[in-house]
Ligand binder design. Structure first.
Ligand SMILES: *Cc1c(COP(=O)(O)O)cnc(C)c1O
Length: 430
């Protein structure tokens, strides 16, 4: 697969180089030069297929020249070994649950496939790739769990000591093996600065085979196309739903647009955001005007300058009218989120986390605007409600049972190396 930069100032590279590099040298994001569509017969043949099989059908046309179909198939079966159920709420509305992976959040999908892709493209015989990640909480867990036990890789998680929640800390300090947790005496900004300094040191970078696993990686984005296809293929034949996506960095939505390009039967998208509304404002005015982010109940979506907007604009030749035809946007306050959580519980007996509640509100608001006869709606659930029990439980008036992966992590002993926020202290661990 030929990958090009959204900024057009970097050479085209094969997927292997794009996934190892992360960011393109011109500062742009890598995108597949072409997204070949599957034809109707191929889509029809995938009805009832597993996530892994749909993944092979969608990714082999892209990656087949670099990764053999047998390898790709085994890799996807290993990574996507959890269910992605579609739960029907009424005859026009259903929720796609993306939180049945090991950290109970949708980032497991992309991170688990990325880990195995990186392991595959990294030359055997070399020292392991070191994935360095700075986390304020959630990303560290998803990345650590994704790479845990994957050959030819190790993970170093930097987190601010005493400033992440107990569940979050348990997810990356209890794994051991190829996962090292580093508690930094400082704040999240110190962790991020340390990671940047390490990546900026060419000798250290080369010695430790440093790579990143952040949300701009094409290796995280491509596999996210698969659950869109899987969800719509489970609906009645001929159905083309509108899909509401709770959006922060817009990787999830970019993947949905790519799945649609490949021919997945999707009418269009709703980008549902918190009051961090840079993309909704862009759709309204045609101007990209990032703002500093503000904190909300859906904190994984508090992004003031969403990186994947650049990919979306590239896909549509930077024509805002074309983007408007593919997606609309809705914006929701914390008060709306609380109402959404209560309403989902009262109407459907469905317990949702704050991010999922925003997707629900987006689906309902857009349905109201589209009027009678509008297509049915799916909305994506990106986290298990137990991860946000402190918000959800008072609203629904009962406890949210903690799923096994979270309870297990909480029960295991934690282990971390403590360091001062200096590169010299980090570099001896790399
Ligand atoms: C990361 C995240 C999002 C936002 O996804 P993007 O791809 O950044 O738009 C939404 N919900 C949850 C729970 C997340 O962790």
């Amino acid at each position: 697969m030929t990958c090009v930069s959204t900024r057009g100032e970097a050479p085209a590279v094969p997927f292997r180089e794009a996934v190892l590099a992360g960011l393109a040298p011109d500062g742009g994001l890598y995108v597949p030069q072409r997204l070949p569509a599957l034809d109707e017969r191929q889509w029809a043949g995938l009805r009832g297929a597993s996530m892994a099989d749909i993944g092979v059908a969608m990714l082999a046309p892209l990656l087949g020249d670099e990764i053999g179909v047998g390898t790709l198939s085994a890799l996807l079966a290993d990574a996507l070994d959890f269910p992605v159920p579609v739960v029907r709420l009424d005859d026009r509305l259903a929720v796609v649950e993306l939180f049945h992976g090991p950290t109970c959040a949708f980032k497991d999908v992309g991170a688990r496939v990325l880990a195995r892709l990186l392991s595959h493209v990294h030359d055997a015989g070399q020292p392991p790739l070191t994935v360095l990640v700075a986390t304020s909480g959630d990303t560290g867990g998803a990345v650590a769990q994704a790479f845990h036990g994957v050959p030819r890789t190790r993970v170093v998680v930097l987190y601010p000591h005493g400033q992440v929640s107990a569940v979050q800390e348990a997810q990356f300090t209890t794994l051991g093996g190829n996962v090292t947790a580093v508690a930094v005496q400082g704040r999240f900004d110190d962790c991020q600065r340390l990671a940047k300094e390490a990546f900026g040191d060419p000798r250290l970078r080369e010695r430790a085979h440093l790579t990143s696993a952040n949300s701009i990686s094409l290796g995280r984005l491509l596999p996210q196309m698969v659950y869109y296809a899987h969800a719509v293929l489970g609906l009645n034949p001929g159905t083309r739903p509108v899909i509401s996506v709770p959006s922060g960095n817009f990787g999830n939505l970019a993947a949905g647009l790519m799945a649609q390009r490949m021919g997945a039967p999707i009418a269009r998208f709703v980008a549902a955001t918190t009051v961090n509304d840079t993309v909704p404002r862009y759709l309204a005015t045609g101007m990209v005007e990032p703002r500093p982010s503000v904190s909300t109940l859906a904190n994984a979506m508090d992004v003031g300058n969403p990186s994947n907007l650049e990919r979306i604009r590239w896909m549509f030749g930077d024509r805002v009218e074309a983007i408007r035809a593919a997606m609309s946007a809705t914006v929701h306050t914390d008060e709306d989120v609380r109402r959404g959580i209560r309403e989902l519980d009262a109407r459907y007996g469905y317990v949702a986390d704050p991010h999922t509640a925003i997707a629900y509100l987006g689906a309902v608001e857009d349905r109201g605007a589209a009027g009678v006869g509008a297509p049915g709606r799916l909305f994506l659930s990106t986290a298990h409600p137990a991860k946000f029990g402190d918000v959800v439980e008072p609203l629904i008036g009962r406890p949210v049972p903690v799923p096994a992966p979270l309870a297990d992590a909480m029960a295991r002993p934690r282990q971390a190396t403590h360091i001062e926020p200096r590169l010299a202290a980090l570099s001896v661990l790399l």
